[in-house]
Design a protein around this ligand. Structure first.
Ligand code: UD1
Length: 334
C-alpha cells in the first residue's frame, strides 16, 4: 500500500483529515507551504494521534519541486486541499489566486498521470452554486457564474478534472462541494487559524468572546429569512474530514472516472441562530450589532445531501452546539 498525499495538510480542513486518516492506520504524507498554517499544527496532529506523518514544505505550483515528492514516495492517492481561500483577497489579487490554485491543481494531475496515482479528491465549494434559485441545493442545481476569482478557481478546478479524466480515465476523481466548515477537533489541539482579522463568522464570534475583537457585526438583518439574517449550512470540520476518507474509498467502486458531491448537514441556520448556540454553549452573552449587508453575500443556501448519503453512505453527525462548543474550546487555547 502506498501513501496518501494530503496537500494543504496543515490547513484547517486538511489537518483534521490527516488526523482521521492516521487514526485509521493510513500512511500519510503532508505537503504544505506554510503560507496559511504553521508547524505547530503538525505537533498537534502528532499529539492527537500519537503518530508521525511525513511532512514536506513545498509550493505545489512549482512543478519540478512537486515532482521530487513523487520520485521519493509511492503515492496512491491525493487529497488536494492546498489553495488560497480568502474571497476578498482574491478580488484584489486575482492572478495570485489563478496562479496558486490552478497551477497546483494542474501539477497534481500531471504528476498523477506520470506516477500512476489512482485516486484524487478535490476541495470544491458550495460557492459554485452562487445564489441558488431552489433550496435545498442539489448537485443538479446549475452552477452559476462565480462571484469572485476564488470561486472561479473552484469552478475551473472541477472543469480541469473533468477534462483531464476523459484523457486519463484510470484516475478516479471526486470533487467535494463543501458548505460552511466550522468547529474544531474535540481535543482542541487543532482548529482554525485565521490570519489577521477573520473574514468568516465563527472565528469572528470566538475572537469577540475572547476579547480580541470588540463586537461582531452581523451583516444584514433585513434579508428575506425568518429572523432577517443570512442562512448557511454549517458543517463540523471532523464530519467534513470523514467525508474525504469515505470519498477516497468510494473511488475504488466508481465506474465512471469522475463524480461530485455536496457536503453539508442538509439544514439551514441563520447568523442569529449561530450566535444563540454560541451563547448557550459558552454560557456568556456575545457583543454584536446588526449592520449593513456585506456585498456579495448570498441570502440563503443549504445542501441537499441525498447524493452523498445514498452513494457515499456518508452523513454529518455533529450538531450546531457541538460545532460551537469545539470552536470555543479551541479559541481558548490560542
Ligand atoms: C465564504 C465563501 C465560501 C468560502 C467560505 C469559507 C462566499 C459567497 N462564500 O462563505 O466560498 O468557502 O467563506 O472561507 O464568499 N457574517 C457576519 N459577520 C461576520 C462574518 C460573517 O454576519 O463578521 C455572516 C455572513 O454575512 C454570512 C455568514 O455570516 O451570512 C457566513 O459568512 P462566512 O463565514 O464569511 O461564510 P460565507 O460567506 O458563507
Amino acid at each position: 500500500m502506498g501513501k496518501i498525499l494530503v496537500t494543504g495538510g496543515l490547513g484547517f480542513i486538511g489537518s483534521h483529515t490527516v488526523v482521521e486518516l492516521l487514526e485509521k492506520g493510513e500512511e500519510v504524507l503532508v505537503a504544505d507551504n506554510l503560507s496559511n498554517s504553521s508547524m505547530d499544527v503538525l505537533e498537534g496532529i502528532k499529539k492527537i494521534t500519537g503518530k508521525n506523518s511525513d511532512f514536506v514544505n513545498v509550493d505545489l505550483a512549482d512543478f519540478e519541486k512537486s515532482r521530487t515528492i513523487f520520485e521519493s514516495n509511492e503515492i496512491d492517492s491525493i487529497i488536494h486541499f492546498a489553495a488560497s481561500k480568502a474571497v476578498g483577497e482574491s478580488v484584489e489579487k486575482p492572478l495570485l489566486y489563478y496562479r496558486n490554485n490552478l497551477n497546483s491543481m494542474i501539477n497534481m494531475l500531471e504528476l498523477s498521470r506520470e506516477f500512476k496515482v489512482g485516486k484524487f479528491v478535490f476541495s470544491s465549494s458550495c460557492t459554485v452554486y452562487g445564489e441558488p434559485d431552489q433550496l435545498p441545493v442539489s448537485e443538479q442545481t446549475p452552477v452559476k457564474k462565480a462571484e469572485s476569482p476564488y470561486g472561479n478557481t473552484k469552478q475551473i478546478g472541477e472543469e480541469i478534472i473533468i477534462d483531464f479524466v476523459k484523457s486519463h480515465p484510470k484516475l478516479k476523481a471526486i470533487s467535494l462541494r463543501y458548505f460552511n466548515p466550522i468547529g474544531a477537533h474535540d481535543t482542541a489541539l487543532i482548529g482554525e487559524l485565521p490570519l489577521g482579522v477573520p473574514a468568516n463568522l465563527v472565528p469572528y464570534i470566538t475572537q469577540t468572546a475572547a476579547g480580541i475583537r470588540e463586537s461582531l457585526s452581523v451583516f444584514g438583518g433585513d434579508y428575506n429569512t425568518p429572523d432577517g439574517t443570512c442562512i448557511r449550512d454549517y458543517i463540523h470540520v471532523v464530519d467534513l474530514a470523514n467525508a474525504h476518507i469515505i470519498a477516497l474509498d468510494h473511488c475504488d467502486r466508481m465506474e465512471e472516472s469522475y463524480d461530485y458531491f455536496n457536503v453539508g448537514t442538509g439544514s439551514g441556520t441563520s447568523v442569529l441562530e449561530v450566535i444563540n448556540s454560541f451563547e448557550k454553549v459558552s454560557d456568556q452573552k456575545l457583543n454584536y450589532e446588526i449592520k449593513d449587508r456585506r456585498p456579495g453575500d448570498v441570502e440563503k443556501t443549504y445542501a441537499d445531501t441525498t447524493k452523498a448519503n445514498s452513494i457515499l453512505g456518508w452523513k454529518a453527525e455533529r450538531d450546531l452546539d457541538n460545532m460551537m462548543a469545539t470552536a470555543w474550546k479551541w479559541q481558548q487555547t490560542l
